[in-house]
Design a protein. Structure first.
Length: 446
């Protein structure tokens, strides 16, 4: 078993989004921090805080530096952070006066946090594109199967008639809300971190906020009212959103797992016989993608509790809580990207068996019409009496293999249009209106 399934050649294709995983590679992590150091030098050179010529040299060196990752690892083990060793390597790439101006007035956490924010910008862009593609596909599927009749199930039992279009619309709506939340999240997460050693920017005298303003513009990041070294609520929100998104995808996966069961057979992940096979049972076609969505949801739900532990920070700058973020946020982002990538692929190949849906609806011998029948009979007798009659008729229908409506028609003298009552399509309530409302919510985002 691989110690890191996200970069594993074996398990990575199952759980990971390679593009998001690449954003968290060692080289990309260091590159993001070097980009912050380069931008800091350029800004300070422009403001005359450090010599402009030396600032240009620092920026060029930072952009072109090929870091010694093993050396950074040794440095991180000694100091608990990689920035000290990284600054040493950057200074070593310079000569003369420029080296002394590297990292001027900043602290390690400024560089690491802002570097992470730059990485997260790429992550959120990737997730946004995936969500847009997935919601678009689900909207199309909703419309395509708006009137496809199937059994609605509550607590795993057949309940009432519904349509597959309405079920898909129910999958779609939380994802629409996640897209709305994502836009708010971008504002709170994509913020510059710049506070100096203890959040006062003391090393820069009275020009600290001036440098912060310019640095935020240089990096195209938001500028918070103050540094957030020990205020990790934005990352807590991000972790929560990642878990919510995989949770919604996991609900979809769980539904599909159940609907692909042999006895139900209303859905199939794809028509590719090479997918979902068994090593010993040639008839099997396991719903491996849907299962992965459930796994990602459960894993992120567990990681979320750890990620929220990082909200507990010490004084002006902490250590353990900060390290918890390093261990959890990348994992959660990669898992989410992988689940979203899998969901997009799943809905390109999903096969819907409308005939099986109708057959399962008819297999209940009309029991899914029990509610409709009790309300129809309530127009002719007290409601409690109508419910008792339908309950008794349901038992008779099940025992004798007869249709519920046929039993009721024989046992009741009520003047009811029994043929109309027998058709499940007549008992879908406000499904069309609900679908239209959900689709309007989706289209509003476009």
């Amino acid at each position: 078993m691989s110690s890191n399934p996200f970069t594993s050649a074996i398990y990575g294709p199952l759980f990971s989004d390679p593009e998001i995983a690449a954003l968290f590679s060692d080289r990309e992590t260091v590159r993001a921090m070097l980009n912050v150091e380069a931008a800091l030098a350029r800004v300070q050179g422009g403001l005359g805080i450090i010599p402009k010529k030396e600032a240009a040299r620092i920026s060029k060196a930072a952009i072109n530096l090929e870091p010694d990752l093993d050396g950074l690892g040794r440095g991180t083990e000694k100091s608990g952070i990689p920035v000290i060793a990284l600054v040493e390597q950057l200074r070593a790439a310079l000569d003369g006066e420029a080296a002394s101006y590297v990292h001027w007035g900043a602290t390690s956490q400024d560089i690491m946090d802002t570097g992470l924010v730059l990485q997260l910008r790429g992550v959120l862009d990737r997730l946004s594109m995936g969500l847009k593609a997935l919601t678009g596909r689900l909207a199309d599927l909703t419309e395509e199967h708006r009137g496809t009749l199937m059994v609605g199930r509550t607590r795993s039992q057949q309940a009432l008639p519904t349509t597959f279009g309405l079920k898909v619309a129910g999958w779609l709506l939380p994802l629409v809300r996640h897209r709305e939340r994502l836009e708010q999240l971008r504002v709170s997460v994509l913020q510059l971190q710049f506070g100096g050693a203890a959040g006062t920017l003391a090393a820069l005298g009275d020009r600290g906020t001036e440098v912060g303003n310019a640095l935020a513009k240089e990096l195209n990041l938001g500028l918070p009212p103050g540094p957030w070294h020990t205020q990790r609520d934005a990352f807590g929100d991000l972790a929560g959103w990642l878990s919510l998104l995989t949770g919604s995808l996991g609900k979809i996966g769980q539904d599909i797992v159940l609907l692909t069961q042999t006895e139900i057979g209303e859905l199939q992940e794809s028509g590719d016989p090479s997918r979902g096979g068994s090593s010993t049972m040639p008839q099997k076609s396991n719903p491996v993608i849907s299962e992965t969505l459930v796994t990602a949801a459960r894993m992120n739900a567990g990681l979320l509790s750890v990620a929220h532990q990082s909200l507990i920070q010490e004084q002006e700058r902490g250590g353990p809580g900060w390290q918890l973020e390093w261990l959890t946020l990348p994992q959660m982002a990669i898992l989410t990207g992988g689940a979203l990538h899998k969901a997009c692929a799943l809905f390109q190949t999903l096969r819907v068996d409308q005939d099986r849906m109708r057959a399962n609806l008819e297999a209940s011998h009309g029991s899914v019409l029990a509610e409709a029948a009790s309300f129809a009979l309530s127009a002719h007798m007290p409601r409690q009496k109508a419910q008792a009659l339908v309950k008794a008729a349901s038992r008779t229908a099940a025992q004798d293999g007869r249709h519920l409506i046929d039993v009721l028609e024989k046992e009741s003298r009520a003047n009811i249009d029994w043929a109309w009552l027998r058709d499940p399509a007549n008992h879908l309530g406000s499904y069309n209106t609900i679908i239209n409302q959900i689709l309007r919510s989706h289209h509003a985002l476009s």
